[in-house]
Design a protein around this ligand. Structure first.
Ligand SMILES: Nc1ncnc2c1ncn2[C@@H]1O[C@H](COP(=O)(O)OP(=O)(O)O)[C@@H](O)[C@H]1O
Ligand SMILES: [Mg+2]
Length: 398
């Protein structure tokens, strides 16, 4: 019997729309879709350094979150086309942009029940609105009067926000999130982001690297260049991590240790931070994991592995350096502690002869305490002598 070809069809468009727009791990990932669209717009228009604004209005009767750009905007025809071309993005082959699935707009459904895309193009005095509703298969297109834009660009308003969402999108949390997620692009000056709540406006600045830079040559591949920006710092700090960014400088995973292959030294040592950027890496639809494809992913793991010896060597060097510095500091401190003990003895003698000044004693006692607290308790070289020195120092300085 001949094989019948069955063409797949979506039985419930409304359901597909809803499910697609609620697949995010974190509501901030959903909000991030609109920041991506603004960033993509500036990249496509070849206008680096422009401003993206995230506006939070969580208080009041009608809470809303908006993402605003000064891009080229969309005509009513374009808005209609966007609504009619889900899963078919015009950005697919554009290396500069992040969008590719044409479902980012649907993300509003994880935040609120309504999404208003308000846009104006240059050369037109009209502002248009495309309104989407959560779980609905139709959208509305009409001229916008109340929120008419004075200049070209797009503002996306997400309204009827869920109560839980209001708690997770505070200004602080959104700034921290975007700083992490957009670090590479912010550092490259591709755009600036401001997060505004009421009168408070905060500029999202890129994370400052910590430690010594490890120079690593970029690796060219068929799927783009793998670039490393890695730093090694002394001491373990769990908040230090290496992020992985893909296309358009957007972070895909917050820590390379999320990949089993790299949940090892030196990556999980708490000493290494920075990022690996590889435009060839693809994100999964949930947008917080790397797609383990057969092309770019193996090249990525290989290139990252190859950096490990240099990083380990730097960790060792930094630790040795710190050990040496600690030893120097310790002997300096001990000298001061014992110096203080000697001074205390001398002072007691003077006190007995009635010539002591209390003020100067108090001062000295403070400096001894400071010298002691500066030594870390876990310091291998502090040895067993120190507590004794402390005990001796105390009575003398009283
Ligand atoms: N801020 C914006 N400025 C200009 N165009 C936009 C903006 N936001 C969305 N668009 C248009 O809407 C389309 C659909 O957006 P989205 O659903 O996020 O899909 P994708 O970004 O994957 O193409 C985009 O391809 C773009 O053409
Ligand atoms: Mg998008």
């Amino acid at each position: 019997m001949a094989t019948e070809k069955v063409r797949l069809r979506i039985g419930s468009l409304a359901k597909a729309v809803l499910v697609t727009g609620q697949a995010y791990q974190d509501p901030k990932d959903a909000l991030n879709e609109f920041v991506s669209n603004a960033a993509d717009e500036y990249a496509e228009a070849d206008r680096p350094g422009e401003r993206i604004r995230v506006i939070l209005r969580r208080k009041g009767r009608y809470p809303v979150v908006a993402v605003d750009d000064d891009g080229r905007g969309m005509t009513p025809d374009r808005l209609r086309e966007v609504a009619r071309n889900l899963f078919k993005s015009v950005k697919v082959d554009d290396e500069r942009t992040l969008g590719e699935k044409a479902i980012g707009l649907l993300a509003f459904q994880q935040l609120g029940a309504r999404c208003d895309i308000v846009s104006r193009v240059s050369g037109s005095s009209e502002t248009w609105l495309l309104r989407l509703h959560r779980g609905a298969a139709t959208a509305e297109l009409r001229p916008e009067k109340r929120r008419a834009r004075a200049t070209p660009g797009t503002t996306v308003y997400v309204a009827e926000l869920d109560r839980e969402i209001l708690r997770s999108i505070t200004q602080r949390k959104v700034v921290d999130y975007l700083r992490r997620r957009r670090a590479a692009a912010l550092e490259a000056g591709e755009y600036v982001i401001e997060v505004q709540e009421g009168r408070a406006v905060e500029l999202v600045t890129p994370e400052q690297p910590e430690g010594i830079a490890v120079r690593l040559a970029p690796q060219r591949t068929l799927w783009g260049t793998i670039e490393f920006s890695l730093f090694v710092a002394p001491g373990k700090d769990g908040s230090r991590r290496v992020t992985v960014a893909g296309r358009a400088g957007t972070t895909i995973i917050d820590s390379i240790c999320e990949l089993d292959e790299f949940d090892t030294e030196p990556w999980n040592s708490g000493q290494v931070s920075g990022r690996v950027v590889f435009p060839g890496l693809q994100q999964t639809a949930g947008r917080r994991a790397i797609l383990r494809d057969d092309n770019a992913y193996p090249l990525f793991t290989e290139a990252v592995r190859a950096t490990e010896p240099a990083l380990r060597a730097m960790c060792e060097r930094v630790n040795e350096e710190v050990d040496r510095a600690t030893a120097d500091r310790l002997s300096d401190t001990l000298r001061r502690v014992f110096g203080a003990v000697a001074a205390g003895v001398a002072q007691r003698r003077r006190h007995r002869s009635g010539a002591a000044a209390r003020g100067s004693q108090a001062g000295r006692s403070g400096s001894v305490a400071r010298a002691i607290t500066r030594l870390q308790p876990g310091d291998a070289r502090s040895g067993p002598h120190l507590p004794i020195a402390v005990d001796r120092a105390r009575p003398g300085s009283r």
